[in-house]
Design a protein around this ligand. Structure first.
Ligand SMILES: Nc1ncnc2c1ncn2[C@@H]1O[C@H](COP(=O)(O)OP(=O)(O)O)[C@@H](O)[C@H]1O
Ligand SMILES: [Mg+2]
Length: 484
C-alpha cells in the first residue's frame, strides 16, 4: 500500500533571532525539512519567492514583534502556505496592546486596561484616574523582564514618567496586588508545564529575572483551566500564559504568546504534536501527562536543559497506583480527583485550520494605521521636486499624521461615559442602577469594544440581562453610531 504523501514542512528562521525550533525537534519526519531565513530589510519579495520555490506547505516558527506586520503581508501573499502558528494566533506576540485587544474580544480576565494614542486624552486620563497605576511600554523589546513596566503612585509621577519615556500608545493598567504569577505552557490546549514565580520580599514584580523565586508544585486546576481557555481562544498549537494570582484570589492573564523560553524536551513535544497534526495518524501525539512538571521539576534546570525526547507510559487501570506513585490525588474546587482522571480532562486537541483572517491589519494595526491613511492623501499633492526637501517633508507628514490621530481620537471622545449610560438606559429594563453595574464591571473602552465586537459578552456577565435586552442594546448602539 502506498503511503499518503506528507505536506512539505519548512522552518522559519530570522537573522539575529534565537531559534525556537530546529530539525531535531521533528525527529522521525521522513521527508526533507526546508529552512527559510528572513533577512529583514527589504527581504519580503525574495522571501516569498524562496518559500514558493521550495514548495513549502507548512511554515513553522515564531515571528518577532517588529516583523509581525510584514509577515501578515507575506502570509497573505502565500495563501497556500499554512503558517504554524498562524499570524492570527501570533497576534498577541506583537504588543501588549494586542494582548489586551485579544483579551477584550474573548472576555479573558486581565487587569483593567486603558490605551491612549492621543496625548491630550492620556493627560486627561492621568488627571482623572485613581492611583496607583501601572504604565507599560506596549511594543518593543519585551524580554527584559519588567524593565518597561512601571508603577506610578500619583498623577505627577505618571506625568513625569510619560514625559520621560514617551511611550506610544500610553498603556495603563490598574495596579493589581498579587501573590505570585504562574507561567503555563500548553501544547494543543493541554498544559504541559507550569511554574510559580514569586516576587522577592517586599517587591511587586513577580518576574524571576528580577531575582524572584520559582517552583512547580500545586498549580490549581482552575488556573490551568483559564490557561486552556485562552489557548483555545487563540487557536494555538503551542502557547504560554502568565496568570497573575491576585491577593483577592482572582486569576488574571498578564501575558500570552507563542514565543517563550522552553526547555528542549518541550520543543520536542511541540515538534511531535505538529508532526501528529500533519501526518494523518502516522505520528502519535506526545504523551505528556498533567502535572508531569512536578516530577521533572525536581531535577536541576541544568539537567532539564539537556533532556530530550521524553515519553511517559500511559495509565492503565489494571496497574492502578503506578501513576506518579505517591501523588495520586489532587484537591480541586469540585472535590478530590485522581491524577489520571484529571489528565483525561485535558486532552491534547488539534487546532482548527482557518482561512478567514481574524485580526486583519487594516483594522487591527492601530500603531500604524493613522499615519498610513494620511500619507496616501498627502502623496497625491506631492510636488515633483520634493527630493531636496525630503527631511522637511517627512517631518510635515508626521505632524499631519499626528493631527489625524487626534481627529480619529476625537470621534471616541464624543462617546463619553454619559452617552454610554444614555445608550444603556434606553434599553427596556436597564435603569440607573443596572447601567452603573455595567459601567463598574467594564471600562468605557471595553464597553465600546464589546458593543462593536461581541455584545453577547455583556449579556453573559449579568444574570438579569435577559430577553430582548441584547437586541435592544445592539440597535441602540447602532442608532447612536449612525447619528455620529
Ligand atoms: N497590572 C499589574 N499590577 C501589578 N503588577 C503587575 C501588573 N502588570 C504587570 N505586573 C508585574 O510586572 C511584571 C511584568 O509585567 P508584564 O506585563 O509581564 O511585562 P514584561 O513584558 O516586562 O514581562 C509581571 O510579571 C508582574 O509581576
Ligand atoms: Mg512578563
Amino acid at each position: 500500500m502506498k503511503k499518503e504523501k506528507l505536506p512539505k514542512l519548512g522552518l522559519l528562521y530570522m537573522d539575529y533571532v534565537l531559534r525556537f525550533f530546529d530539525k531535531s525537534n521533528f525527529k522521525g519526519w521522513p521527508d526533507k525539512i526546508e529552512i527559510v531565513t528572513y533577512h529583514w530589510k527589504n527581504d519580503k519579495d525574495r522571501f516569498i519567492k524562496e518559500v514558493k520555490r521550495k514548495k513549502i506547505d507548512v511554515l513553522i516558527g515564531n515571528v518577532p514583534a517588529t516583523a509581525y506586520e510584514t509577515f501578515r503581508e507575506i502570509a497573505n501573499a502565500l495563501p497556500n502556505v499554512q503558517f504554524i502558528p498562524s499570524l492570527d494566533t501570533q497576534f498577541s506576540n506583537k504588543s501588549k496592546e494586542n494582548v489586551t485587544r485579544f483579551a477584550w474580544k474573548y472576555d479573558i480576565p486581565i487587569p483593567k486596561t486603558y490605551i491612549h494614542y492621543d496625548a491630550d486624552k492620556a493627560d486627561r486620563f492621568i488627571e482623572d484616574t485613581e492611583y496607583p497605576k501601572i504604565i507599560k511600554k506596549s511594543y518593543g523589546p519585551s524580554n527584559y523582564g519588567g524593565y518597561f513596566v512601571h508603577k506610578v503612585d500619583s498623577k505627577q509621577e505618571a506625568r513625569n514618567l510619560l514625559a520621560q519615556k514617551k511611550y506610544h500608545p500610553a498603556y495603563f493598567q490598574d495596579f493589581v496586588p498579587m501573590e505570585a504569577d504562574v507561567r503555563v505552557m500548553l501544547i494543543g490546549h493541554k498544559p504541559v508545564c507550569a511554574f510559580w514565580r514569586r516576587a522577592p520580599e517586599g517587591e511587586w514584580l513577580t518576574n524571576t529575572s528580577q531575582g524572584g523565586s520559582m517552583d512547580y508544585m500545586d498549580v490549581p486546576k482552575e488556573l490551568l483551566d483559564l490557561a486552556v481557555q485562552v489557548s483555545k481562544d487563540a487557536n494555538a498549537e503551542y502557547w504560554a500564559c502568565d496568570v497573575a494570582v491576585g491577593v483577592d484570589g482572582e486569576y488574571r492573564i498578564l501575558e500570552c504568546a507563542t514565543a517563550f523560553a522552553a526547555f528542549p524536551y518541550i520543543r520536542d513535544w511541540i515538534g511531535q504534536y505538529i508532526m501528529y497534526k500533519f501526518s494523518n495518524g502516522r505520528f502519535n501525539k506526545p504523551n505528556a501527562p498533567l502535572y508531569n512538571w512536578e516530577e521533572l521539576g525536581k531535577m536541576d534546570a541544568s539537567v532539564l536543559r539537556t533532556l530530550r525526547y521524553i515519553t511517559f507510559g500511559k495509565y492503565t487501570p489494571s496497574y492502578d497506583g503506578a501513576y506518579f506513585l505517591d501523588k495520586k490525588v489532587r484537591e480541586t474546587e469540585d472535590g478530590d480527583m485522581y491524577l489520571h482522571e484529571m489528565d483525561s480532562l485535558y486532552p491534547m486537541l488539534l487546532t482548527d485550520d482557518r482561512t478567514e483572517e481574524e485580526w486583519a491589519s487594516d483594522k487591527w494595526n492601530y500603531q500604524d494605521n493613522y499615519g498610513k491613511s494620511v500619507r496616501k492623501v498627502h502623496a497625491k499633492s506631492n510636488p515633483k521636486d520634493i527630493k531636496p526637501k525630503k527631511k522637511e517633508f517627512e517631518k510635515k507628514e508626521i505632524e499631519i499624521a499626528q493631527k489625524d490621530e487626534i481627529i480619529e481620537e476625537e470621534k471616541s471622545i464624543i462617546i463619553t461615559k454619559k452617552s454610554i449610560k444614555k445608550i444603556l438606559t434606553s434599553v427596556d429594563g436597564i435603569g440607573k442602577k443596572k447601567s452603573n453595574k455595567i459601567l463598574k464591571k467594564f471600562s468605557h473602552e471595553e464597553i465600546i469594544t464589546h458593543l462593536e465586537e461581541s455584545p453577547e459578552t455583556i449579556e453573559k456577565k449579568f444574570p438579569w440581562f435577559k430577553g430582548n435586552m441584547l437586541d435592544e442594546l445592539k440597535s441602540a448602539w447602532n442608532n447612536f453610531k449612525n447619528r455620529l
